[in-house]
Design a protein around this ligand. Structure first.
Ligand SMILES: NC(=O)c1ccc[n+]([C@@H]2O[C@H](COP(=O)([O-])OP(=O)(O)OC[C@H]3O[C@@H](n4cnc5c(N)ncnc54)[C@H](OP(=O)(O)O)[C@@H]3O)[C@@H](O)[C@H]2O)c1
Length: 332
């Protein structure tokens, strides 16, 4: 069987471009005993993938040039030499995205069905995105009624879910996002009280206007300048959940810290970094909670969808540049 896949052909210096990737066609071998052939239906593009394309080295490592990037995918078993996986079964893999099809052993492939909703949600609200949003809000920040949350990346996958969880807990929410259209969606559809367009407004001044006494909570998807602004805006004993730092991913060192860290000592602020991996043991409960909330109309889940393996590099580059509302996915 022939299958197309994406490879990394150039290390980006700054923002990745589609020319950093190539599409190649490969001949897949027939699956041997203990192996399956999987045809992917969906793949995910996520900010963390940027960290493997060029240094500094971190949790995800730096991938070799010529390799296929790693990423989540949902696929269908089309040939099976494994007793536990039959033809037609849908499986999710955390690593075998960026390709139309692959041959694999069963380990690492998790059988899934669409009983909780469209199958691709396992790459978003019922997977990494949802567990991250839940962990940051319910595991770290634990919002109380009457408190104010500032959350950036508010129109993105994690941010759009996290802000709705905070609203449901009774908090006031100030979001930030990269366009007026996104900000309108964040307030009018997702229910945030305010949204700052960080590209056209002064975030520090606007946040001071919207929360003159300061904020109790901060959910950080962006890092950099917005993190420093939030530290200055924290009330004494405030809580910060550090989820990501996408504003730094194209720079020399995304692992660097803010300049005003001492203010968290002065104000007795707690700053908790977190990783979805610490909450995956609760995934079945989180998925059930989200499925019920989506079904009843209490939770809005949005997907921005690109089509075909050839468009995967553009979907990834565009997601990093802010073209998505909610989760960016590629339908294969
Ligand atoms: N800790 C964990 O376990 C975990 C898990 C998943 C994701 N994350 C992190 O959570 C964050 C959001 O991830 P996601 O999957 O939900 O992605 P996403 O928010 O759906 O997509 C990325 C968004 O980042 C925004 N962005 C890009 N460059 C920016 C900049 N310089 N300043 C401000 N915003 C910028 C863009 O929106 P605008 O149009 O608003 O600019 C873009 O749409 C990322 O930092 C990611 O690394 C962490």
């Amino acid at each position: 069987m022939k299958a197309k896949q994406v490879t990394l052909v150039n290390r980006p210096d700054g923002a990745p471009t589609t020319s950093d990737f190539a599409i190649e066609e490969v001949d897949l071998p027939s699956p041997k005993h203990g192996e399956v052939l999987v045809k992917n239906h969906w793949m995910s593009v996520d900010p963390y993938m940027r960290l493997s394309l060029s240094g500094p080295d971190g949790l995800h490592g730096i991938m070799p040039l010529g390799d296929v990037p790693s990423g989540g995918a949902v696929g269908e078993i089309v040939e099976s030499n494994v007793d536990t996986l039959s033809v037609g079964q849908m499986v999710v893999s955390p690593a075998m995205g960026w390709r139309e099809a692959y041959v694999s052993i069963a380990e690492g492939l998790t059988p899934i069905d669409d009983s909780a909703g469209p199958i691709q949600r396992i790459l978003g609200i019922y997977g990494l995105t949802g567990v991250t949003a839940w962990g940051g809000i319910n595991g770290v920040l634990k919002p109380q009624s009457g408190e104010t949350l500032f959350i950036n990346g508010a129109a993105g996958a994690v941010g759009s879910v996290a802000l709705q969880l905070a609203k449901k807990a009774g908090a006031a929410v100030i979001g930030s996002a990269g366009s007026d259209a996104k900000c309108n969606w964040v307030t009018d559809t997702l229910g945030a009280d305010h949204c700052i367009n960080y590209k056209s407004e002064n975030v520090k001044e606007r946040l001071a206007e919207l929360a003159p006494d300061g904020i109790e909570m901060f959910f950080d998807n962006v890092g950099g300048e917005q993190l420093e602004i939030a530290i200055d805006a924290m009330k004494p004993r405030g809580r910060m959940a550090l989820c990501g730092a996408i504003a730094l991913y194209d720079g020399e060192n995304y692992r660097t810290g803010p300049d005003n860290l001492f203010a968290i000592i002065e104000k007795h602020v707690s700053m908790t970094g977190f990783n979805a991996g610490f909450y995956y043991d609760r995934a079945p409960k989180i998925i059930a909670e989200f499925a019920a909330a989506i079904a009843s109309g209490d939770l809005i889940w949005e997907e921005t969808v690109a089509h075909g393996i050839a468009d995967a590099p553009r979907a990834f580059v565009d997601m990093l540049a802010g073209a998505n509302s909610g989760k960016m996915l590629v339908k294969l």
